[in-house]
Ligand binder design. Sequence first.
Ligand code: GLY
Length: 364
Amino acid sequence: MRIVIVGAGVMGCATALELKQRGVREVVVLDQSVPGAEASSAAAGMLAAQIESRDDAELDSFVAARNAYREWTESLYDATGIDVGYRRSGALCIFRDQALFEQARLRVEAQRARGLACELVDGASARHIDQEIATDILGAAYFPDEAQVDPPRLMRALLSAATRAGVTIRSGTTVSALVTEGGRCVGVSAESAGAHAREVLRGDAVVLAAGSWSSLVPGVPRELPRVRPVRGQILMLDERSPRLRCIVFSDHAYVVPRGDGRVVCGATMENVGHRREITASGISTVLNNSLRIAPCLGEAAFVSSWCNFRPQVVTPSQGEAGAPLVGASSLPGLFVATGHHRNGILLAKAAAVAVASAIGVQSH
Ligand code: GLY
């Protein structure tokens, strides 16, 4: 069996590795640029299942994905020797607004009723959990089991594990169309950098894992919900000597201390297409929000900033992000692993397992 995967981000590589581990003879992953260089490496790497989920179904699947993560990172370490920075650092959501604090109380009570670890604390108790957070808050919700990984290291480990397992990864290869015969997707037509001719790469199955570029691949069925880019601008500070301990959220802003002094601060949510631009207002918003979360970050060194594009599934109402696209599509032979919006890192392994099973490749 030969499987062609479009996109060498965290979805494509995790799926490729899963398929190889299940015994698929040939897995080829194509990437238009540098493998893992897009949203997968740009992410903050939070495994914030209890905070990012929006309903009970998401809560169950996100928590299951988070709880399985340590074992996955250990298996990647065994295969490659690369430590992906998994840490159960816990997360605080801090509140200054009474109405939002009351909503958080309901969320905490509902999650506790499902047996999940979380508590509502006042401002003083929140500062016992992390003494660096702002003093002017009403209180916080604390989620001790939330965790994080370092996405660039995760990508390195995944690429290394996939290559060692025998996956072929081809960078600089743009898919110009899905190839369909008799109503079935049988491969892709691709152009490689430097090559003059297009080639057709045939496969028993094709997996579309092209993140926010997924809807731009010619031949994608009309019925597949559109995936659009939502730009996130993000930055890295360095405290030198680590002070902040916990992941801390406030509204849409967050700070993620890596434990070694580096702190990732994010992120904007912007519908600007694929405009790859760091803007003055974007970075000033992220910085101001971060300093409102943890004033001590004002002393930290500014290291770098970057942006990338979350793949968001567009719903008919154009409102909230739709559910990710995972599994079989309406076109036989075409499978999808895309549209994970804010949670691609968290859900990568779960999506890989689901896609492999949908293709019909069983685990041993
Ligand atoms: N998961 C956080 C973000 O997308 O900014």
